[in-house]
Design a protein around this ligand. Structure first.
Ligand SMILES: [Zn+2]
Length: 270
């Protein structure tokens, strides 16, 4: 195993578990393990979820490359969301919960959602938060109705990080146009981490590249956002940036093992 990809999408466009075989083979070929992600924005858009059961099934089927995955719950589902988080973590053994606040249309620091953060904190379950602009709705009139304000790190995510100091928060993607805000949060708060999916490493904001090399090198994880940024492209472009070997190892897998407390099959250990 040479890397852990903490951000992989499965199940889009009604794909069946068997269709994930190809993705599993791609990851095997590259000696990369990955954490597939569920999706649920049903309340706001009516789109059908990519269920936690689906992701759990992909994980069971391809456990050698997908040791666990991220659940996703729609925060507007109230009590059902809380029950689903508990089920996803305890029964389905998913590692944490992903939120996409632009698609789900909510502000993380809205007190109505505090029971969710409270539960995740007490379950010891990390949350993965989309930050910055999104490909979702990009280029269509009105951005498909997507409002970018929900993806702004400060104050929405920063408030949650402050109010739940034992909750591990992972900010997904370069957070453009608010990159500096995410970097400030990660420097300031021990429970805030970053992952680098969704952009080619070549186009990361300079400030992000600088922090990956220096004071945030222990807090940054590799994620691709495959298939939106293909795995092999991300890895190739990252290699070409010429980060020191020690930093490369931390970003590609060492940080993820520690931050997410991952238990990976021993034959897959680096
Ligand atoms: Zn994604």
């Amino acid at each position: 195993m040479r890397a852990i990809d903490v951000h992989l999408h499965v199940g889009f466009r009604g794909r069946k578990v068997e269709a994930e075989e190809e993705t599993a083979q791609l990851y095997r070929r590259n000696s990369v393990i990955a954490l597939p992600i569920a999706w649920d924005e049903e309340t706001r858009t009516g789109n059908p979820p990519i269920s936690n059961d689906y992701v759990a099934q992909v994980v069971r089927t391809y456990n050698d490359v997908f040791p666990t995955g991220w659940a996703c719950v729609d925060p507007w589902k109230g009590k059902a969301a809380l029950q689903e988080i508990e089920r996803a973590v305890r029964e389905l053994k998913l590692i944490g919960v992903k939120f996409q606040a632009a698609a789900q249309q909510f502000f993380a620091n809205d007190r109505r959602f505090y029971p969710i953060w409270d539960l995740c904190q007490s379950l010891g379950c990390p949350v993965l938060f989309h930050t910055g602009t999104t490909a979702y709705g990009a280029g269509v009139p009105g951005g498909g109705g997507i409002k970018l304000k929900f993806t702004r790190p400060i104050p929405y995510l920063d408030d949650v990080a402050a109010d739940f100091p034992r909750l591990t928060i992972v900010a997904a993607h370069p957070s453009w146009p608010w990159q500096e805000e995410t970097l400030a949060m990660a420097v300031h708060k021990a429970n805030v981490f970053l992952e680098l999916s969704g952009w080619s490493p070549r186009y990361f904001p300079d400030s992000l590249k600088r922090e990956v090399r220096s004071r945030l090198q222990d807090k940054v994880m590799f994620g691709s956002d495959h298939p939106f940024i293909p795995l092999e492209r991300w890895l190739r472009d990252f290699e070409q940036e010429g980060y020191p070997e020690e930093v490369v190892e931390k970003v590609l897998y060492k940080n993820a093992l520690r931050i997410l407390n991952l238990d990976i099959p021993s034959e897959g250990k680096p």
